[in-house]
Design a binder for this molecule. Structure first.
Ligand SMILES: *[C@@H]1O[C@H](CO)[C@@H](O)[C@H](O)[C@H]1NC(C)=O
Ligand SMILES: *[C@@H]1O[C@H](CO)[C@@H](O)[C@H](O)[C@H]1NC(C)=O
Ligand SMILES: *[C@@H]1O[C@H](CO)[C@@H](O)[C@H](O)[C@H]1NC(C)=O
Ligand SMILES: *[C@@H]1O[C@H](CO)[C@@H](O)[C@H](O)[C@H]1NC(C)=O
Ligand SMILES: *[C@@H]1O[C@H](CO)[C@@H](O)[C@H](O)[C@H]1NC(C)=O
Ligand SMILES: *[C@@H]1O[C@H](CO)[C@@H](O)[C@H](O)[C@H]1NC(C)=O
Ligand SMILES: *[C@@H]1O[C@H](CO)[C@@H](O)[C@H](O)[C@H]1NC(C)=O
Ligand SMILES: *[C@@H]1O[C@H](CO)[C@@H](O)[C@H](O)[C@H]1NC(C)=O
Ligand SMILES: *[C@@H]1O[C@H](CO)[C@@H](O)[C@H](O)[C@H]1NC(C)=O
Ligand SMILES: *[C@@H]1O[C@H](CO)[C@@H](O)[C@H](O)[C@H]1NC(C)=O
Ligand SMILES: *[C@@H]1O[C@H](CO)[C@@H](O)[C@H](O)[C@H]1NC(C)=O
Ligand SMILES: *[C@@H]1O[C@H](CO)[C@@H](O)[C@H](O)[C@H]1NC(C)=O
Length: 662
């Protein structure tokens, strides 16, 4: 008796049964088992008999001669391929496997790309060597693919009894055991939330199989067919799981990407273990002068010096976020000197204008980063204020006056030097008429704006620029950046326009989900304003990653802003419940911190009027509720609190239901 393929795969079997504890688990895209067989056959070229049997547990398909089959897994997956071979008519028979995330690059000769030119070579299995299960080496795990093509290159007849993938992503997670959920009456938004969560699962990897950029570890080698050799075997962090930027590539730790992915990880899987491994790998690379890295090893340890004024600050923001979600005060204390040294490094570039003068162009691959740049200064303003909050938690008043003064000066100097009242936007710097998406979105996120009118002017101006496929980022050419658009979505919520925020999610993330060139399950790192899958910073379109954590902003924003579950201190010891449901009529969402579950449920009528509202937060916590324009009484057991101008303050944790005024 042969062992079934599923049992033999990598010698390991994990059958994680769907965890039904979390509501709406049918929306979860992560597989219920780590062993996956093809879902469907997309196309066959040549002669293969009984190919459909490979989508069942009892496979037996016969390849005759130079033939190929493309499987469609219907969503992006990741892992190590095994082929269960029955027999072969020739000792010289080979079967090759190619992968691609996008349908654009389906090809029996090569995979989509990990390098900035060319395509990746197939994985070849010498199946003529006998009846056996052939498994790829771990360094040849493919970090993301929706389509897989199996191809013969000889005249041999080969029986294939099974094709299997051992799913390698999110190695420390029980894949469907989410700690958060989101549901609304808008199915597209529901799919966006779960696709963002799943994208971050694919971007959580075994850190021993990181770095798929050949340039940084070895010179790119090209095989005789002209395709690039590829592998992922560089250890990027300690531990057994790490949060990286992209699933296919770079498979590296990037602090900028983490500023979007950490909150979205928190509200969905709460996999802070992967986050801390990555964050600590970055903090270890801090220079004696305080500068923190643009990216983790081996990018930063390759000997090429990259200085990034913005990504430096993203390291510090990631520290604050990790503390916010973990509540690990001893971790924060032990790294506080690093935080302060990092701020000092940034402040050393603030000149007499009060603004930081950026002297290195490295950022999220936008162009023109330099001088008194608005994005960099808004991020500095944001980080200084996060730092002031952390300093007060740690009772460190030594920096309060200094940081507060710098912060005040940045705000007024940015307004004086960079604000343009006629367009309602900040300029990129004083010598340009380019009005960036990044700096203007960050200005609102950071509260760099002077008042609400200024913030509303910015969001209206940004919205007026939206095109057919999303919000443009003119600072990066003809680009739609789902990374920067995540900050723009937040800016619409912050300026009180939830409908605009949701409209941008529907437009841009809806395109990313529904376009047939995409994976219908994960989010691409960038594309063109004309809808082509060309990301201006790269020459090579097959290289674009279709599972990038930095494109998952809406997942946390839907939980925090739409469901209104705001944590106002670490782990939600204090909170503010302030739903902004825009044009939705029902929202039911929640997540958990170590203190317990945070949940809210909201219904509204066609005119947006609230018809039902309840929420539940952990016992022992306290907070406020804000429901502008609503009159009624919040009830929890024997406690009754009448809303005053839609507000209630100082509520105790527990389950609360609103009784609306008649
Ligand atoms: C089908 O296979 C033949 C022979 O290998 C090849 O020339 C042709 O390009 C293939 N067609 C497609 C659509 O892949
Ligand atoms: C596979 O084939 C065996 C033998 O024909 C049969 O007993 C078994 O039920 C089949 N399993 C499935 C899942 O079809
Ligand atoms: C062929 O099979 C033999 C015996 O199973 C094994 O020792 C050998 O490594 C295999 N060679 C290749 C190229 O797979
Ligand atoms: C098939 O591909 C393998 C692996 O690249 C190669 O060694 C072999 O020579 C190829 N066979 C033919 C007939 O091209
Ligand atoms: C990674 O794989 C490449 C290509 O096979 C190999 O040359 C290199 O030694 C491997 N590195 C490590 C750290 O295993
Ligand atoms: C792992 O931890 C050790 C000890 O702290 C450190 O020297 C090493 O650089 C770390 N490795 C990575 C990849 O961060
Ligand atoms: C100012 O911004 C423009 C537009 O981004 C850019 O071309 C220029 O290089 C920037 N100036 C400096 C000093 O970086
Ligand atoms: C920023 O600093 C550089 C290097 O010192 C200098 O050349 C440049 O003029 C400064 N830019 C501004 C806007 O002051
Ligand atoms: C925004 O900054 C102003 C000072 O310019 C401050 O009064 C206000 O409280 C800040 N808002 C928030 C939400 O922090
Ligand atoms: C939201 O933004 C849109 C477009 O700028 C505008 O038409 C609408 O009035 C705004 N709604 C609110 C509540 O500000
Ligand atoms: C996309 O995925 C959703 C599930 O998330 C599914 O309902 C839908 O049919 C898929 N769309 C296509 C075109 O495959
Ligand atoms: C919270 O406290 C209430 C009232 O004492 C109690 O009924 C409820 O079970 C507690 N909830 C949890 C999760 O402990």
């Amino acid at each position: 008796m042969r062992r079934p393929l599923q049992e033999a795969l990598v010698g390991l079997v994990f059958y994680f049964k769907a965890c039904s504890a979390v509501p709406y688990s049918d929306y979860i895209l992560a597989p219920s088992s780590r062993t996956i067989i093809p879902t469907s056959v997309r196309s066959v070229n040549g002669t293969i008999t009984n190919i459909q049997s490979l989508t069942t547990a009892n496979g037996s398909a016969t390849f005759q001669g130079v033939s190929s089959v493309t499987f469609d897994f219907q969503r992006n997956i990741a892992g190590i391929v095994s082929l269960d071979i029955g027999s072969s008519s020739s000792d010289d028979a080979f079967l090759g496997v190619t992968f691609t995330e996008s349908s654009l690059w389906i090809c029996s000769q090569a995979s989509d790309a990990t390098a900035d030119s060319g395509l990746d070579e197939p994985l070849w299995f010498h199946v003529g060597n006998g009846s056996s299960i052939y498994t790829a080496e771990p360094k040849h795990q493919r970090g993301a693919f929706r389509y897989m093509t199996l191809t013969g290159n000889t005249s041999a007849t080969v029986e294939v009894k099974g094709v299997g993938i051992y799913f390698t992503a999110a190695p420390s997670q029980d894949l469907q055991a989410y700690s958060g959920y989101f549901h609304s009456n808008d199915e597209l938004l529901n799919r966006v939330w779960y696709s963002g969560a799943y994208t971050n699962q694919l971007c959580s990897i075994d850190p021993n199989y990181g770095d798929a950029i050949p340039f940084f570890n070895e010179a790119i080698e090209t095989n005789p067919d002209g395709f690039d050799k590829w592998w992922s075997n560089y250890t990027v962090t300690n531990g057994t799981s790490a949060t990286v930027d992209g699933a296919k590539r770079d498979r590296l730790v990037w602090p900028g990407d983490m500023v979007i992915s950490i909150p979205s990880i928190f509200v969905s899987t709460n996999d802070l273990y992967s986050v801390i491994n990555s964050l600590e790998s970055l903090l270890r690379l801090q220079m004696p002068n305080g500068m923190l890295p643009y990216a983790g090893a081996p990018f930063t340890t390759s000997g090429i010096e990259f200085i990034s004024f913005t990504y430096h600050l993203h390291n510090l923001i990631a520290m604050a976020y990790y503390y916010q979600y973990s509540g690990d005060l001893s971790w924060l204390s032990s790294h506080w000197d690093q935080f302060k040294l990092g701020i000092e490094w940034s402040l050393s570039s603030v000149d007499s204008t009060g603004l930081m003068n950026v002297t290195s162009s490295s950022d999220w691959l936008r162009s023109g980063m330099g001088g008194h740049n608005i994005e960099a200064n808004a991020i500095l303003y944001y980080t200084l204020n996060l730092g002031l909050d952390l300093a007060s938690i740690l009772n460190d008043s030594s920096i309060t006056t200094t940081w507060s003064n710098y912060s005040t000066n940045i705000k007024s100097a940015a307004y004086d030097l960079l604000w343009d009242d006629s367009t309602g936007l900040y300029r990129d710097n004083e010598t340009t008429s380019l009005y960036p998406q990044d700096g203007n979105s960050w200005a609102i996120k950071a509260n760099l704006t002077i008042d609400d009118q200024q913030a509303s002017a910015i969001t209206a101006a940004l919205q007026s620029r939206w095109g057919t496929y999303g919000a443009p980022a003119p600072e990066a050419g003809e680009t739609v950046s789902p990374f920067i658009s995540g900050f723009e979505v937040e800016s619409h919520f912050l300026s009180g326009n939830a409908t605009s925020a949701l409209d941008l999610v529907r437009l841009e993330w809806g395109f990313m989900l529904n376009d047939p060139r995409m994976t219908n399950s994960t989010f691409i790192e960038g594309y063109s304003t004309n809808g082509s899958l060309h990301y201006a910073p790269y020459e090579n379109d097959p290289r674009v990653s279709h599972a990038h954590g930095w494109s998952t902003g809406p997942t946390s924003l839907l939980s925090f802003y739409v469901a209104g579950l705001h944590l106002t201190s670490a782990q939600g010891k204090t909170w503010k419940i302030a739903p902004q449901i825009g044009d939705l009529t029902s929202v039911d969402a929640g997540f958990s911190s170590a203190l317990g579950a945070f949940q809210s449920s909201i219904s509204a009528g066609a005119e947006g009027e609230l018809t039902a509202f309840s929420f539940s937060v952990p016992n022992g916590t306290s907070g406020d509720v804000s429901l502008p324009g609503v009159g009624g009484t919040l009830v929890s057991g024997a406690q009754r609190v009448v809303l005053s101008n839609g507000e209630a303050k100082g509520l105790a944790g527990g389950a609360w239901v609103l009784e609306l005024s008649k």
